[in-house]
Ligand binder design. Sequence first.
Ligand code: PNS
Length: 163
Amino acid sequence: MNRSQAIFPGSFDPLTNGHVDLVVRALSVFDRVLVAVLDNPNKETLFSVKERTAFVRESFQRQGESVQVHTFSGLLVDFAREQEVKVVLRGLRAISDFDYEAQMALMNRSLNPEIETFFLMTRERYSYISSTLVKQIAPFGGDVSSLVPPPVAAALEQKLALR
Ligand code: PNS
């Protein structure tokens, strides 16, 4: 069977409920979503690539085979070519996301004209959530349980307790 597939790339440091919602909604359009966690040793992250990947895996258990979890390094277009997937999926929360997203989509297209970027508008209730804000709130004891999946909330609590 020729499955329709999309790659959902990101740093996922950490995965948020906004990311989860986007992948679940994308599954009504694509047969399979490959969540691709960026492993970039030059970028400092709160969670290791192993931890970030584990959060994704745990959070999409219910989706079974239709969500695959990968790590990638280097260029996204090279990873897409390796996986033989031509669609990159990204979320848009607000106009402020547009510049960065348009730049990446056009750059990726210039690197490989066969790759198309599809954008899904974030659900309103998640439009203010970002991994960056979650990392700012959690150290001060702010409740992040409605912003991130349970494994992420537990890991944030544990990581901060160790500090
Ligand atoms: O969650 P993020 O940090 O906004 O995701 C950015 C990501 C991982 C999609 C982007 O940085 C990426 O694709 N990096 C891989 C390197 C690459 O291909 N860069 C050229 C694209 S402009």
